[in-house]
Design a protein around this ligand. Structure first.
Ligand SMILES: NC(=O)c1ccc[n+]([C@@H]2O[C@H](COP(=O)([O-])OP(=O)(O)OC[C@H]3O[C@@H](n4cnc5c(N)ncnc54)[C@H](O)[C@@H]3O)[C@@H](O)[C@H]2O)c1
Ligand SMILES: [Zn+2]
Length: 370
């Protein structure tokens, strides 16, 4: 599979995203070029370490680097300040300097947590991201947002901090459970939806070729997913370049996310994964857009068909719509309206602050699958 390089251009620097298979040897190439210290800190999700730790360490050692391995426990519940403090303490113990590179291996939990720790320790350490889930490759590791959760809410603490480079190796996806692949696909569909007709058609075609993600080994569909992933990353890069600090344009990345956040929270973050909630949320955005913007019903059906084909839910079950609504409005003042990103057509969205509570509840009723 051909190696592809995508570049995110910021006012003061450029960040390269390398996408391909078996590309980890490019990491020591970069380390040598940047003249960092030979000691490097490798922070890795412990489940990923079991699968790939030895291989990665070997690649680095072969090129005379001394990796210090730090394991982080997997799961969203560990994306917190306590884990960040444990990382700071390890950094102190290792006497690291501002030229010591930190490499994060794992899903979005690892890239967000390590990114946050690296951005704040000594006001910033060189950071390299190696996302190992589809969601992290398509979304979390692109765009320079880092963060940890508080018990009061997700991602409440964080920073904008770009890595030196990002290595997206599709080989990692071979061991990823189908549920996680589907979750990543939801964000890829969202990005395709933002981009337009051509991209949605491409994802539809990919899914026709793959048939189903569940029950198939990664080797069978990895190559096929490559173009859709590439274009999702490219789309996010283009949006981030226009608005690096999320003042305006970047908000459109929240397509489907207003409903999704309510659904995730009402399900106690267990019943629906983020990607699954985004899938239902995308349908919610379409249904609301049918009412407000005359978004064609046929297009809603088309998006639903695609999400179903991937193996994603398009309705929620066993949740109370009022409860979802309350979670959606939790951080709003009484007079404030909910903000939705709504499609006018495939490839064109608008920011909408005028959906009345009764209309939102009507859509939540329509989104009920039981
Ligand atoms: N910073 C951003 O812009 C941004 C954007 C989207 C999402 N996020 C964040 O990303 C997080 C979700 O990321 P995620 O879905 O990758 O979750 P995750 O990091 O929890 O990974 C999911 C699971 O897959 C396992 N895993 C990781 N790589 C694997 C591999 N190659 N093979 C087998 N198992 C593997 C992990 O141990 C974990 O159990 C959330 O915290 C979310 O807030 C951040
Ligand atoms: Zn998302």
């Amino acid at each position: 599979m051909k190696l592809q390089k995508l570049t995110l251009t910021l006012p003061d620097r450029k960040i390269d995203y390398f996408l391909g298979t078996r590309i980890l040897h490019l990491i020591p190439d970069l380390l040598e070029k940047q003249k960092y210290t030979a000691e490097i800190v490798m922070i890795i999700d412990s489940s990923v370490n079991e699968l790939y730790g030895e291989k990665i360490t070997e690649i680095l050692k072969q090129r005379s680097f001394s990796p210090h391995l730090i394991l982080i426990p997997p799961g969203e519940s560990n994306k917190n300040l306590h884990q960040a403090v444990l990382l700071y303490e390890q950094f102190c113990k290792l006497n690291i300097t501002r030229r010591t590179p930190v490499i994060a291996f794992g899903g979005g939990v690892a890239t967000d947590l390590v990114g946050f720790a690296a951005s704040t320790f000594m006001r910033g350490l060189p950071l390299i991201l190696v996302p190992t889930t589809l969601l992290a490759q398509a979304d979390a590791a692109v765009g320079g947002k880092t963060g940890v959760n508080l018990k009061q809410g997700k991602n409440l603490i964080g920073s904008f901090y770009h890595p030196e480079a990002v290595f997206l190796d599709l080989e990692f996806l071979k061991t990823l459970p189908a549920k996680e692949i589907c979750g990543g696909m939801a964000e890829i569909v969202k990005m395709g939806f933002l981009e337009g007709e051509k991209r949605i058609r491409e994802i539809e075609k990919t899914m026709e070729e793959i048939q189903t993600i569940r029950g198939k080994s990664g080797g069978e569909w990895l190559e096929k997913i490559h173009p859709s992933l590439y274009h999702a990353i490219q789309k996010k890069i283009t949006i981030v370049e226009k608005d690096p600090y999320e003042k305006k344009e970047r908000m459109i990345l929240n397509l489907g996310h207003t409903f999704a956040h309510g659904i995730e929270a009402a399900g106690n973050y267990k019943k629906y994964s983020h990607g699954e909630a985004v899938a239902v949320g995308l349908v919610g955005a379409c249904l609301l857009a049918e009412e407000i913007l005359k978004f064609p019903q046929a297009h809603t059906r088309r998006i639903e068909t695609l999400l179903k084909k991937i193996g994603l839910p398009v309705r929620y079950k066993k949740l109370n719509p009022l409860e979802i609504f309350n979670y959606m409005t939790q951080d709003k003042k009484k007079t404030e309206m909910l903000r939705f990103i709504l499609p006018k057509k495939i490839g064109e969205v608008v920011i909408c602050d005028k959906a009345s509570p009764s209309l939102v509840l009507k859509i939540l009723e329509k989104l009920r699958g039981d």
